[in-house]
Design a protein around this ligand. Structure first.
Ligand code: MN
Length: 253
């Protein structure tokens, strides 16, 4: 397969290198990734600034293209301008940190995969559940295995896979669990600080995990030692509600 690899942690992130190496063992892999970290930019695209594209080398040989934009920009410009052919698959990651629950909406990693499915290309996002020093080997090996399987899955149009891997050695991973997105509210906290000129500023100081995590969800899976796979879809329509609303009387013009 011809695979496009991207991420939101930036082209120099170790998670992207681990993913590239695992996939390049069996596939032709192109890297087009943000030149700087773009975590939590969601599905943003650049309209007010140009996109600058630069070649990046590693150990003296060509590695990939760095783009001065977001993960979604990277997928768009890779397919439209940079790559010599359309990729068979887009893999985004390996993100340093889980992308489960509501974080899926903020995630640049997931949005790159979503962008690919919007363009009609198979895609998956993969994230490692740790904020500490990361060992990406287990997640990279799983990404390579799943990439080989993906064409056989016949995912419906517009559906990509959001994969989260617990930060555990291979022999402590209990298996793979198909999950739904955790829906609970996250508890956020802003740290209030004072700058040297005595102006007050705030900084999002981390997200506390929910105390009660529902079984069957992406969050529950990684908390309990399972690799989580959630099929996700960019169409935000709530179809059951649409039907219910259609039964109601609406004001005439
Ligand atoms: Mn990230």
């Amino acid at each position: 397969m011809y695979i496009l690899v991207t991420n939101d942690d930036g082209i120099h992130a170790p998670g992207l290198l681990a993913l590239y190496q695992a996939l390049a063992a069996e596939h032709e892999v192109a890297v087009v990734a943000p030149e700087s970290e773009q975590s939590a930019v969601g599905h943003a695209i650049s309209l007010l600034n140009p996109l600058r594209v630069k070649k990046v080398t590693k150990n003296g040989s060509f590695f990939g293209w760095a783009v001065s934009g977001t993960p979604a920009d990277c997928v768009k410009i890779a397919v439209a301008e940079i790559l010599p052919q359309r990729p068979d698959l887009v893999v985004s990651g390996i993100n340093h940190g889980a992308n489960v629950g509501i974080n899926v909406l903020y995630s640049g990693t997931v949005s790159a995969a979503t962008e690919a499915t919007i363009m009609g290309i198979r895609a998956m996002a993969i994230s490692l559940s740790t904020f500490r020093e990361a060992d990406f080997r287990v997640a990279a090996a799983f990404a390579a295995r799943l990439a080989g399987e993906l064409p056989k899955l016949h995912l419906p149009a517009g559906v990509c896979l959001n994969v989260n891997v617990p930060s555990l050695p291979q022999n402590q991973i209990k298996g793979v669990m198909l999950t739904r997105q955790e829906n609970g509210l996250l508890v956020e906290r802003y740290e209030r600080r004072v700058d040297p000129r005595e102006n007050i500023y705030y900084w999002l100081a981390g997200i506390n995990t929910k105390r009660q995590v529902e079984p069957g969800t992406d969050f529950w899976a990684i908390e309990n030692g399972y690799i989580s796979i959630t099929p996700i879809h960019h169409d935000l329509t709530h179809y059951a509600c649409l039907e219910a609303l259609a039964q109601m009387e609406w004001p005439e013009e």
